[in-house]
Design a protein around this ligand. Sequence first.
Ligand SMILES: O=P(O)(O)OC[C@H]1O[C@](O)(COP(=O)(O)O)[C@@H](O)[C@@H]1O
Ligand SMILES: [Mg+2]
Ligand SMILES: [Mg+2]
Length: 333
Amino acid sequence: MKRVSLTQYLVEEQRLHNNIPASLRLLIEVVARACKTISHSVGKGALGDILGSANTENIQGEVQKKLDVISNEILLEANEWGGHLAAMASEEMESIHPIPNRYPMGEYMLLFDPLDGSSNIDVNVSIGTIFSVLKAPEGMTAPTEADFMQAGSKQVAAGYAVYGPQTMLVLTTGAGVNCFTLDREMGSWVLTQKDMQIPEETKEFAINMSNQRHWYPPVTRYVDEMLAGKTGPRGKDFNMRWIASMVADVHRILNRGGIFMYPADQRDPSQPGKLRLMYEANPMAFIVEQAGGAATDGKQRILDIAPQKLHQRVPVFLGSKSEVECVTAYHQE
Ligand SMILES: O=P(O)(O)OC[C@H]1O[C@](O)(COP(=O)(O)O)[C@@H](O)[C@@H]1O
Ligand SMILES: [Mg+2]
Ligand SMILES: [Mg+2]
């Protein structure tokens, strides 16, 4: 099979579909290079002094791990110098990060969850990085948080890197989803899966069952019906997986189908779910839809949500289309 590198793929895409101008290609390459650097750090583990807590808190009140902080710095530094960016925003930073001293101002804005699955860092389980690219509004002079308040349907690119047994980069620019594997010896990203498609039907679901007693009735009904198996209303047995790294759960679903859920629950009605719209839900929803799946917050398409604030949280149901439609319909009844 002919080896196609990330750069070759991006150039060819531009030639065929005119959807990846040179400035966007450069930006994606810089993000991919930063992910490669994070992957090297992850691979060192205790040898690189990257495990354990940083003893600091992020804006969400979560205790940061050393690798959360390191990954954030790697992405900031790479993109400050490398991409065509006007500003960045990160799950780990309270406010936006405008790019200093850039004339003319960059055309894009980058958002990221630098290290997804923080609870898995210290136990050598797959973790990742999630990113989303928006266009800077026309005529923007000094970027503000308001410029980032664009629905997910406006994303021009989104992707994630998963640091597992292999390091992979999954990317969409709005014309399907492709997967690249990091060739560690050569240091390059090689196209290994073209046009990923999520199987429409599935027998696998992912949810943190320990929250069951707090769920709202539509989620309880949906999960109960799956748990009832062959003799229940669904007429088939379901299997369950929960890795607690969204990247790893979504990567499995892209490959063999399934539904991923992080619903809102009754513990704290002011917290609509756990996952962040701008850094987790939107980029993953874009990827999942581009792979033939669906993504909702139980009521509407995630990509149609009008964001209210940078660190907004949303309920998430995504994966195989028929299952997402089923649980979304239960929210309407
Ligand atoms: O520990 P819980 O409640 O099961 O939550 C797991 C979820 O939290 C997350 O880890 C949140 O991501 P961060 O590590 O970036 O905070 C998701 O990746 C994952 O799906
Ligand atoms: Mg995350
Ligand atoms: Mg994170």
